[in-house]
Design a protein around this ligand. Structure first.
Ligand code: NAP
Length: 437
């Protein structure tokens, strides 16, 4: 942990908390002119939650890389003032709560922030702070690009074919947490209601959860995915669902997503069902919109990787597919995400707190670096975002890796390894490459 302390100090003051948050001496909040339309000052204040487990190590490593990329891209004309927001174990220890009201107000005020992973116990204990933040700020789109960097270990033969952007609905589905333990009064009431009002009998020891998926929620994430596909000239948008079984939730998700494609993007898309009219070929300049059943799609991602491009899915499927996709290109240690709402954004790595590696300076910080890169891209600082990605790419290409990546490599992949570095030393190399661009 000594390394971490020295990194923290080198970051020149990131915490203005003295019993309450106090304004940092410089910088202004990012504001929104309209939905997903941020107005960014040259010196924005960006809060970050350092997270639990490996969170602090990867967060401070990533902040150093972002600072280098911003410096290199704008030569001092733009700068980020980082502002630590307390949540998770650290907040519990200092303030007696995992998500204190003061932190909520701080994040509400500054609108765009980074969050490292936070611990959630399984099957009991406190409710997920991650999920609470997504719901509180209505961060309805979880966007996860998954792209291969040459040199990374991969279990498939052609990892270079992996270039996906996953749009996962983020506020509905079983993640709403509407569920009751089997022996609770609520579960008894729901079972009785189902039996007496709807003629549905459940076992007396059945726990119950609800899976709401709405037309409103589906249409807005579908709109965002299709808009992204059009603006970035992508090839295919695939709606991932299990609508053959869950007809009125996942099946409806599929139907509503197609509805948006046809109603709002007619000139840009062709549906798979329309292909016979075009001799089986996607017309030049159009995006193919198709759908696949989730279980089939999870295996096709391995066997027919290049057929997938932009993936649009309800919440639970999106969680599964993004971890699988990450596994194709080096694993969770290199998978970033950003949660986007109309007036707030939260960048985060896909991985959790990986407690067994906490404080060991072992895991790769790339997921957090790239998540912060997404944040830069979404606030319009594209030059810095590009520098950061090129820095990471150059670091891997030069043969610098961390132990978590090297252990996944076969002999031929290992031959390209020049050095196995710790978390902070890996970030040092990325900073050097960014500075040399
Ligand atoms: P996890 O922390 O992501 O760890 C699962 C495994 O993934 C690790 O044991 C490790 O595999 C690998 N891994 C994770 N992060 C890595 C990294 N940066 N570099 C290399 N390998 C990495 O998931 P979990 O064990 O299911 O959950 C642990 C805690 O994190 C739970 O409290 C959970 O609720 C929380 N969580 C939080 C978030 C979030 O904040 N968004 C997301 C997921 C989980 P090996 O064992 O093979 O080394």
């Amino acid at each position: 942990m000594e390394v971490l302390e020295s990194v923290r100090k080198r970051l020149e003051g990131v915490c203005w908390f003295e019993g309450r948050y106090v304004d940092p001496p410089e910088g202004r909040p990012i504001e929104f002119r309209g939905p997903i339309d941020p107005s960014v000052p040259d010196v924005p204040v960006i809060p970050f939650i350092e997270g639990d487990g490996i969170g602090p190590e990867v967060t401070y490593a990533a902040i150093r890389v972002v600072n280098a990329a911003v410096r290199r891209a704008y030569g001092g004309a733009r700068r980020i003032v980082w502002y630590e927001a307390l949540a998770g174990n650290k907040a519990e220890k200092l303030l007696g709560e995992r998500l204190p009201q003061q932190t909520i107000e701080l994040l509400r005020r500054y609108k765009v922030f980074f969050k490292a992973p936070l611990e959630t116990p399984i099957g009991g204990g406190w409710r997920s702070v991650n999920v609470a933040l997504r719901q509180m700020f209505d961060l309805y789109a979880n966007i996860r690009p998954v792209k291969y960097f040459p040199g990374l270990p991969s279990p498939i033969k052609r990892p270079e074919a992996v270039d996906l952007v996953i749009f996962r609905e983020n506020t509905e589905d079983v993640y709403m947490g509407i569920e009751w333990q089997w022996d609770s009064e609520e579960a008894r009431k729901v079972r009785r209601f189902l039996r007496e009002e709807l003629g549905v009998s459940l076992r007396d020891d059945a726990g119950i959860g609800l899976k709401p998926i709405s037309r409103f929620g589906t249409r807005r994430i579908a709109r965002l995915a299709l808009k992204f596909a059009v603006e970035n000239r992508r090839r295919v948008v695939t709606i991932m669902h299990k609508g053959n079984i869950m007809k009125y939730t996942e099946g409806a998700f599929r139907d509503w997503a197609y509805e948006v494609a046809v109603e709002e993007f007619r000139d840009h898309v062709v549906l798979e069902s329309e292909l016979p009219q075009y001799g089986g070929q996607v017309p030049e300049g159009r995006i193919l919109v198709n759908d696949r059943i989730a279980d089939n799609m999870l295996q096709q991602l391995l066997t027919r990787t290049s057929e997938y491009d932009v993936i649009l899915s309800p919440n639970l499927n999106g969680d599964y597919v993004s971890d699988e996709a990450a596994g194709l290109v080096g694993g969770l240690g290199v998978a970033p995400g950003i949660d986007v709402g109309d007036f707030h954004m939260m960048a985060e790595p896909v991985h959790g707190t990986a407690p067994k590696y906490a404080g060991k300076n072992y895991v790769n910080p790339t997921a957090s670096i790239l998540a912060m890169g997404l944040l830069l891209r979404f606030i319009g600082w594209r030059e810095a975002a590009d520098m950061l990605v090129r820095g990471v790419e150059a670091t891997f290409a030069a043969g610098y890796f961390t132990g978590d990546l090297v252990r996944q490599m076969d002999e031929s992949e290992r031959a390209r390894v020049r050095a196995v570095l710790g978390t902070q030393e890996f970030a040092d190399r990325v900073v050097e490459f960014v500075e040399s661009l």
